[in-house]
Write a protein that binds this ligand. Structure first.
Ligand code: PNS
Length: 159
């Protein structure tokens, strides 16, 4: 079984994330989507909500498994025998930090990182920007899957 992980905060999952997950699912037998828990970052959505949204929008991808993890990504990989991390690269500005993480991760444990160029339609897209635009009533319907749009609108109405 060839396994890979797509890690992230996914607060919330966007069409950009979904594009990378779907492409990874065509390259590997099993793709683990890892919602990494960062206790110092208060998210708009709780970890269980993020997982439920990712599960809903990846329901058509049979080989995708969604999990959360608190700890180092390389330990998530070690526990599941995952040799590869798949990351989207949106622009050159992503590269410096992503390269640092990739080099740290291979140095720590030998886990490889594979970079996939983001679909140009999503090269400016991030969960933070989506939340900011939605908060001020901007149209993000082309940037997130339907269930995420509903969840965002409902969460922002509660605030
Ligand atoms: O969606 P994000 O917030 O850009 O994802 C970053 C993430 C969660 C993939 C990264 O911070 C991560 O791997 N965190 C887990 C903790 C860890 O392994 N840190 C060392 C990275 S070299």
């Amino acid at each position: 079984m060839r396994r890979a992980v797509c890690p992230g905060s996914f607060d919330p999952v966007t069409n950009g994330h979904l594009d990378i997950i779907a492409r990874a699912s065509r390259l590997y037998d099993v793709v683990h989507v890892a919602v990494m828990i960062n206790k110092s970052k208060q998210g708009l959505f709780g970890v269980d909500e993020r997982i439920a949204l990712i599960e809903e929008v990846t329901a058509d991808l049979d080989n995708v498994v969604v999990e959360s993890f608190h700890g180092l990504l390389v330990d998530f990989c070690k526990q599941r025998d995952i040799p590869a991390i798949v990351k989207g690269l949106r622009a050159v500005s992503d590269f410096d930090y992503e390269l640092q993480m990739a080099q740290m991760n291979i140095g720590l444990s030998g886990v490889e990182t594979l970079f996939v160029p983001t679909n140009p339609a999503y090269s400016f897209l991030s969960s933070s920007l989506v939340k900011e635009v939605a908060q001020w009533g901007g149209d993000i319907s082309h940037l997130v899957p339907g269930p995420v749009l509903e969840a965002l609108n409902s969460r922002l109405r509660q605030r």
